[in-house]
Structure formats: structure tokens, C-alpha cells
Design a binder for this molecule. Sequence first.
Ligand SMILES: NC(=O)c1ccc[n+]([C@@H]2O[C@H](COP(=O)([O-])OP(=O)(O)OC[C@H]3O[C@@H](n4cnc5c(N)ncnc54)[C@H](O)[C@@H]3O)[C@@H](O)[C@H]2O)c1
Ligand SMILES: [Zn+2]
Length: 457
Amino acid sequence: MGAGKTTRGWDVARLLGRPFVDVDEAIATAHGPIAELFATRGEAAFRELEARFVREALARHEPTVIAVGGGAVETPDLVRDDRAVVVHLRIDVETAWERVKRSERPLAQDEAEFRRRFELRVPLYASVADATAHDRDDVVLAVAGVHVERGAVQRLGDLVPGEGAVALVSDPQVAGIHGMDAQLALGSRLAETHELPPGEEAKTLAALDRLWQELRLDRSGTVVALGGGCTTDAAGFAAAAYLRGIPWTPVPTSLVAQVDAAIGGKTAIDLPQGKNLVGAFDWPDRTVIDPALLETLPEPQRLEGMAEVVKTGLLAGAPYWELPDDELVRRCAAFKSAVCLRDPHERGERAMLNLGHTFAHALETAAGYEGLTHGRAVALGLLAALRLSGRETGIVEEVLKPKPVRVDRDRAWQAMHRDKKARGGELRLVLLGDDGPRWNVAVPEEDVRRELDRLIA
Ligand SMILES: NC(=O)c1ccc[n+]([C@@H]2O[C@H](COP(=O)([O-])OP(=O)(O)OC[C@H]3O[C@@H](n4cnc5c(N)ncnc54)[C@H](O)[C@@H]3O)[C@@H](O)[C@H]2O)c1
Ligand SMILES: [Zn+2]
């Protein structure tokens, strides 16, 4: 009571584009004010009525955000449903009492009684909740199955869903630094460990062929991918196809992977013809993000990730790049989770996550993927996207310090065309409008070419 379920519920529903049911409000609409129901029929009768409304809401076919009254946990097994993610909106008793003390709520008329109930319910919430949340982003992360917690790796055995055996897949560098912690935390669940080659070498058919032949898990097992985006992309695809698909849990260790690659269920390997050409959409059972892992990340890798952080902040209209690591990761992961929950298979708005990327891919192709990292290319691409959006570029310059790159101009221009099929002299790009990101925006070719040229030394 007083935790803000109605406000947050609306927030989350609006953000995810889902309907919202406030159980208390539905009851009041159908049967009159709750205070009166309590007075005339008593609490037991109210709980019965409440149970009916909660079950009805849970039975809806369409995914729905449901705010359940604070007392519903007192009805055994009511707030439990395999299809539902149950989120406990955390609040302390002082704040809760301050918010409700002058309200009409029947159970908030006496402070001592209010506190007694509050204490009584705390363990009940803990026993039904899949996750606890303090704000909207926490709720979105819970719905997406993304668990962000400093030190989470130490609890990996509990955090990997299910009870079956685990195959731990990593790269040599990450295995050397964090592999032992992960193995210890997985305890008796750890059945096998595997190493993929470092970097993009992991995302090859040869590497996966070897991994598939080594895997011994049966269908009750889980692949845990501990590493950067190359490890999570490759191991995720390995899990998606092994035995026609078994569960997987990425444990991203690089900034790129924590804010981007391990969120949203895209897995892939590369072909000689291009990056990410074979893969699967396969939403992980859970994503475990431990921001403490970033402390061993080399500075150049951190800068790679910051390019995606700046991209995310620009899309969200909030300076995420200024936040301390834990919060920066949480906010970026929540933003990407929300976009991907709304559009899991990239039929529409998920394309916004490509802000700056059409330019970046063109520059990377022109550089032959040598000497130009993805992050550096994205930093340049963001400059171009901001200029075409009529925006200041100061933040990108300040945080990412992009420098024009020496590549062949015509090769870059050709690659740009291949990446986004031009229609009638126009290219389609993601831009920032006054009211937020827009995707599939037609931009005249000469404007695109001019901005591309400015990125090249
Ligand atoms: N699936 C998606 O939606 C998505 C999104 C963005 C990027 N990606 C993919 O991600 C890949 C790039 O990811 P990346 O930049 O993480 O590359 P990566 O996996 O190669 O990791 C970069 C380097 O950092 C090291 N490293 C990682 N974590 C570390 C840690 N905690 N301490 C010390 N060293 C650590 C790795 O060993 C590696 O050498 C690309 O293949 C890209 O296509 C996928
Ligand atoms: Zn990127």
C-alpha cells in the first residue's frame, strides 16, 4: 500500500505499449468504493471479490500489466501464475505511511495497525516475487528477464533459471579473469566448460562446429555465456540451435555486451560475406549483469561500449553517459529491453537502435574491418546522424572524441548504398526528431554523401 503501483503500472504499460488493469480500480468501478465494501461486507468478503478480479486479469490473453492490491498476497497462491512475472515494488514503511495516512483506505486509518500489516506482508511479497523493483526501469528489466546486480556472478548458481546442468562457455581472456568465480558460484550445477576463440573468431561456423560437438548437455541443460558480445552472440546461437534449442543465460562481461549485445535476444555468427548473417532471435531465460565485472575491462574496450551508451542516451533523451557504471548499465539495459519487448523481431521501431550505424557499417566495410573498431565507427556515425537531425554534436565529441578516418570515399559510399537500399535518390536512416527517435526517414542522397565525406580524413 502506498508503493505507487497504479502510477508505476501505468508508466510501464505505456512504455511497453500494453493494456493496464488496476485491480482495486476495477473492483471499485464494478462494486463501488473499496472503503464502503470493507465497511459493509468485511475484509474476508472483499478478499474473495479481489481474488476473482485478479484471476480474471491473469486469464487475459493479451500480455497485460496488472497492479494487484497490496493485500492480495494474503490469499494463498493468488499472486502466482506461471505466465506472469511478479514484481514486488519496494517501499519502506515510513514512506508508505506518509503517503497513505490521510487517505480513505480502510487499512490505513491506524498507524500501529498499518505497521503491523506491513511487517506481516513483507515476507509474503518476498515469497511470491520474481523480482523486486524501485522504479519503472526495474520493472521493465524484470519483465525482460534481465537481472542487474553488483556481485551477481558470485550468486550465479541461484540466478541461472532451473535446476539442470550448466555448460559454461567463455573466451580465453574472460575465462582467465572471471572463469573461476563463475565456476565456484555454479557449484554442482556446472557440468562442462568450453572456450570459444577470442573476438570475432568465436562467431564462425568452425568455432560453433567444435562447440556443438563438445556439448554433452541434454534438453534440461542451460548454456551460460560468460564474456563479451562475441561470446554471447556465438554461444547464444549455439544454444538456439543445439538439440533444436535449449535455454541460455548470457553473463555479459564487456560494456558493449552489458548495455547492448546481451539484451534483446539477437544471436548470430558471421559469414565471409558479412557480419551477423546467420543467427536466431532467441530471448535468453535470464540475462545476469554484474557491473563489477567491468572493473577488469581494458580502457579501449570501455570506449567501445561508451559509443553504444551515448547512442542509447541520445535515443532516450537522457545523459546516461554521465552516470556511474552500475546506474549507466541499468538504465541502458532497461531502455534497450523496452524497445525490444515492444518489437522483438525488428519489424519496426527496434530499427531505432541503429542510430549512426548505417554510416558506421559503411566506414567499417570501407576499412575492411581493419584498423577501425565498431565503437569508433559508431562515434563517427552518431556525428553524421546528429548533423542530419539538425542537432548539436558537442556531447559525442566530448565523450567519444571521434577522429575522421582514412578510408576510400567511394568504397564507403558504395557500402552505404548496399546497407540501406536507396529508393528514388533517397536513403533511409534513423534520425532524432523533436519528439524522439524516428526510423526509416528518407534523406536525400546528396545530404547523406556530404555527411559521410565529413567523417573521412
Ligand atoms: N546481439 C546483439 O544485439 C549485438 C549488439 C551489439 C553488438 N553485438 C556483437 O558484439 C560483438 C562485440 O562485443 P564486444 O565488444 O564485447 O567484443 P568481445 O566479446 O570480443 O570482447 C572484447 C574484448 O574484451 C575482453 N573482455 C570482455 N570482458 C572483459 C572483462 N570483464 N575484463 C577483461 N577483458 C574483458 C574480451 O576477452 C575481448 O578480448 C560484435 O560481434 C557485435 O556484432 C551484438
Ligand atoms: Zn553497435
